[in-house]
Ligand binder design. Structure first.
Ligand code: PHE
Length: 458
């Protein structure tokens, strides 16, 4: 049998995994949540959760991948036949996300091109976004460009494609983020926004702050979708797993934090301190921010740099989604990489079309007020992912036993500093958190009345 591909170094692994973790969620959702749930308080809660809860789940997933040398379906089956279904569910998540994530990636390219060609004023128009997404051909074209670029990189392989691209894009992304954040903090009227973002506002702190931070962190670290298992299977035993996870955390949280410094002060200055201008989702990124850029000096350039940075963030995430699917198919059918990429690309394009058309031709199709794209997002992020994470914890905590993961972590140099924390988290705390996240997001969309527990809905 052919030897499994691998990342050439720990740094290569960290860049690729951080590339997956740093995505649209860091840029458009984190700043919004931080602003809504108590500024500095949210940051502290988020960081504490990342280094305990997120850390433990990520260690477990990467260790499962590296120990078995397989992508999620094979990995769970190899460790315990009865838990094979967890691998299947985990693999289903990227299958659902990859197509619609690429539709949004296409929108990002469209905005990058618009800003880079001097169209800032146009992009700032009130109906620009809704007209663009409601049209038929153009969004599909940009979707095809984005998903095609992803497929080419994945087809080039783990080391020559994914690792190379991540090692280039991630440092550039950080640099761009820092430049834009500095610029944004220095425009007139930005100071209020910086204060609003960073100063802890205790009166905004409540149990929902914790639930919101939990949900965001778990999505942001690319957990429960088989990605970290797949990337772990390409990690060499001589690279420190615990050290790598610490670095990924710093990367992911650092970029999320900087994204807030980039967006909140600028939006504040533009809106004269109106917090509602920060509302999350596509509206912030594709409607509010273009207006903000258009209003600042050198806004065309800053807008272009911003969308380039977002494009890098989205590409490295979509690469990880596609790689996970490709890896599952290769492991399962024993196919070569290139034909597998062609098959996965073809299916993903077909699956992405309805999401793209859901804003125009197919806008009659909706459920609970959600478009097709939002329904996909709900099914994967709010329902499947917490279920996968819950069973992963129960499996590792009570069937496989945390000791097996610890041994895998210690293979490198005998040390696992946070071993005790890991054990307690994975057995007792993470599963409870997962149930809360599931309840919170499902109840939110279904508009259930949870009585005294209504705070869970975020
Ligand atoms: N972690 C990514 C983010 O924060 C989300 C993501 C990554 C989604 C990979 C899918 C695949 O945006």
């Amino acid at each position: 049998m052919k030897e499994r591909s691998s990342f050439s170094s720990k740094m290569g692994f960290v860049m690729a995994a951080a590339g997956s973790a740093v995505g649209l969620g860091n840029i458009w959702r984190f700043p919004y949540l931080a602003a809504k749930y108590g500024g500095g308080t949210f940051l502290v809660v988020y960081i504490v959760l990342a280094v305990t809860f997120g850390f433990s789940l990520m260690v477990a997933e990467i260790a499962i991948g590296r120990k078995t040398g397989l992508s999620p379906i094979g990995a769970f089956k190899k460790l315990d036949k009865r838990f094979g279904f967890v691998g299947v569910l985990a693999a289903l998540v990227p299958v659902i996300i990859f197509p619609y994530y690429s539709v949004i990636g296409g929108w990002v390219i469209k905005y990058l091109v618009t800003f880079a060609t001097g169209g800032a004023a146009q992009a700032a128009g009130d109906t620009y976004f809704s007209e663009f997404t409601a049209s038929t051909g153009e969004p599909i074209l940009w979707f095809a460009v984005f998903i095609g670029a992803t497929a080419i990189i994945v087809a080039l392989g783990v080391e020559k494609g994914i690792e190379k691209v991540s090692k280039f894009m991630m440092p550039v992304l950080v640099l761009l983020t820092i430049i834009i954040a500095i610029y944004s903090c220095t425009i007139e009227g930005a100071g209020e926004g910086v204060k609003y973002y960073l100063l802890p506002q205790m009166e905004d702190f409540s149990a929902s702050t914790v639930v919101a931070a939990m949900g965001q962190m778990f999505y942001s670290m690319s957990l429960a979708m088989g990605i970290m298992i797949t990337y772990g299977s390409y990690m060499k035993k001589e690279n420190s797993l615990e050290g790598a996870v610490r670095q990924i955390e710093i990367f992911d949280t650092g970029v999320a934090f900087l994204a807030g410094l980039m967006i909140i002060p600028a939006v504040f200055a533009f809106s004269g301190g109106d917090e509602s201008a920060l509302s999350a989702g596509p509206g912030l990124m594709f409607i509010t921010l273009p207006k903000v850029f258009n209003s600042m000096p050198a806004g065309g350039l800053i807008g272009a740099l911003f969308f380039l940075m977002v494009l890098f963030a989205a590409l490295t995430s979509s690469i990880s989604l596609m790689e996970t699917i490709v890896s599952v198919v290769m492991d399962k059918l024993g196919w070569k990489r290139k034909p597998t990429c062609i098959l996965v690309l073809a299916i993903a394009v077909l699956m992405g079309l309805p999401s793209s058309l859901g804003f125009g031709l197919l806008n009659g199709i909706s459920w609970q007020g959600l478009t097709i794209l939002d329904i996909m997002d709900f099914a994967s992020n709010s329902v499947l992912m917490p279920i996968v994470a819950f069973f992963t914890c129960v499996f590792v905590g009570f069937f496989l036993k945390p000791k097996v993961i610890s041994e895998e972590v210690k293979v490198t140099n005998g040390s696992f500093k946070a071993e005790k924390l890991f054990k307690v988290m994975i057995k007792w705390i993470c599963p409870v958190f997962m149930v809360l996240i599931l309840l919170s997001s499902v109840a939110g969309v279904m508009q259930w009345d949870l009585g005294p527990f209504d705070f869970l809905k975020v």
